[in-house]
Design a protein around this ligand. Structure first.
Ligand code: ZN
Length: 489
């Protein structure tokens, strides 16, 4: 089989994936800043790197997947200024900042579970790693790439750029950056407007603060991922991912911090998913097209004509390559809903088809073609198109226009199971709901049959216990000549 090829944002090339310490793979993905409900912008990186996580595990790697929770230091303007996003929400809602963090972290987990996104191996909080971040700042200061100014510590971009190259990931150069940032300069503390904060001295009203050698304050946003990536994955690890919007400044600054502290780059492959637009527009609160995942699931938003199941959202995202943009619209989501239903129906037909002596449709190449697509930088839309081709063959067999041998039937079942469910991570929501309801009903029937048996044996204690306990749970039991009937509620 061909090796897995992935696109490395750092080298701007597709490269064969060679882990530093196979079979172990270290993977770090920037997680959410937990001050609001998860939206599509959270779903895409979560699903993209879930696909990679699932596929690497399928290939036999032992993956340590770290996805952080940002709960400190992410300021309003995503730069070094403004109020901390969590602290602001806490102030507006009169809550403790950690109440905000807990509330939105739980809601994020709930949304991710609905999308069938596997939990990461470690989910560290930035606020739980202040010591590691202070250590990082100390190292950068000791190496001469940072300076202290009025209790804050800034990264000296110009100094760093003399020895290394700032802008290596984003392709920006420092002269251009200087031209565009000079006018925006607001702080007197920095030597240079393009310098970024490693540690910020807290203003008196700032509630999230920790002691440090420089001041009572808090770490700069970029520090957490460098410090936590290093702590859990080592000084050199395989993959660092996130949305394309994080390339600059966040990931650019992470690279600078790693090199300035340990002398070389930590990350082997940088991977970035492209962005999501809604009806061709950038998503934003001011544009009125800011739709949370819960609103998609319930249909409760003026722009939505219906509710969309989590699997429709997941399938829609996977129908585009992760490096392409995705544009959400009701029409596009409805098309995804129908497409997914076609695949699920084809899979359920597979269970009912009677095998013939020979096959009149080609099955052999399907699995290889799906692997080929996945190995080509996780080309999920091509995998899906191969599954659609297979669905057409399955429908032809169902309609009596083609035949499948027992071996080919099994091969199709296995390939659907592997690619549609295990790797693409789809689940049959209708069947899951249907099966659990059916199973629930059968379990109650079983209890009543046991009660019937107990009555026949004059075991009144057991018979009464079952009746009383079911009644207490809200069941209405009615004894008839044929046995007991039940209703709920
Ligand atoms: Zn990050």
């Amino acid at each position: 089989m061909d090796p897995l090829i992935i696109y490395n944002t750092l080298t701007r090339r597709k490269e064969p994936f060679k882990p530093l310490h196979a079979p172990h793979v270290g993977m770090y993905v920037c997680g959410p800043t937990v001050y609001g409900d998860a939206h599509l912008g959270h779903a895409r990186p979560a699903i993209t790197f879930d696909l990679l996580f699932r596929y690497l595990k399928h290939l036999g790697y032992k993956v340590r997947y770290v996805r952080n929770i940002t709960d400190v230091g992410h300021l309003e303007h995503d730069a070094d200024e403004g109020e901390d996003k969590i602290a602001k929400k806490a102030r507006l809602e009169q809550l403790e900042p950690m109440e905000v963090v807990q509330y939105y972290t739980l809601r994020y987990h709930h949304a991710m579970e609905a999308l069938n996104v596997l939990p990461p191996s470690i989910e560290p909080h930035a606020s739980g790693h202040i010591i590691e971040q202070i250590e990082l700042v100390k190292q950068i200061l000791a190496n001469g790439y940072a300076y202290e100014s009025q209790g804050s510590v800034y990264f000296d971009v110009e100094k760093y750029n003399k020895d290394h190259r700032y802008g290596i990931l984003s392709g920006r150069n420092i002269e251009d950056m200087l031209k565009t940032t000079r006018e925006l300069d607001g702080t007197e503390e920095k030597r240079n407007p393009i310098d970024f904060a490693l540690w910020k001295c807290a203003q008196p009203e700032h509630i999230m603060r920790w002691p440090s050698p420089w001041s009572n304050g808090f770490p700069g946003w970029h520090c957490e991922c460098t410090a936590m990536g290093r702590k859990y994955l080592g000084n050199h690890f395989d993959i660092h991912g996130g949305g394309m919007d994080l390339i600059f400044p966040h990931h650019e600054c992470e690279i600078a911090q790693a090199i300035a502290s340990q002398g070389d780059e930590m990350v082997h492959y940088w991977m970035h998913n492209n962005m999501i637009t809604i009806n061709g527009q950038k998503m934003g609160k001011s544009l009125g097209n800011f739709i949370t995942l819960d609103q998609f699931f319930t249909g409760d938003h003026a722009s939505l004509t219906q509710a969309y199941a989590p699997m429709t959202i997941r399938f829609f995202i996977l129908q585009a390559h992760y490096r392409s943009t995705v544009d959400f619209s009701n029409e596009a989501l409805q098309a995804a809903e129908k497409g997914l239903a076609r695949l699920m129906e084809a899979y359920s037909h597979l269970k009912k088809i009677q095998p013939a002596a020979t096959s009149s449709v080609e099955v052999k190449g399907l699995r290889e073609k799906c692997y080929e697509a996945m190995n080509d930088d996780l080309n999920s839309p091509i995998v899906i198109s191969h599954l659609f081709d297979a669905a057409r063959s399955i429908n032809a067999v169902k309609d009596g226009k083609a035949t499948l041998s027992a071996a080919d039937l099994q091969e199709l079942k296995d390939t659907f199971q592997l690619f549609l469910f295990e790797i693409l991570g789809m689940k049959d929501e209708a069947a899951a709901g249907g099966n659990s309801y059916e199973a629930f009903g059968k379990a109650v029937d079983l209890l009543l049959a046991i009660r019937q048996q107990a009555k026949a044996n004059k075991d009144w204690a057991t018979s009464d216990k079952i009746r009383n306990e079911l009644t207490a749970l809200g069941f209405k039991i009615k004894d008839t000549k044929e046995g007991a009937e039940w209703t709920l509620g």
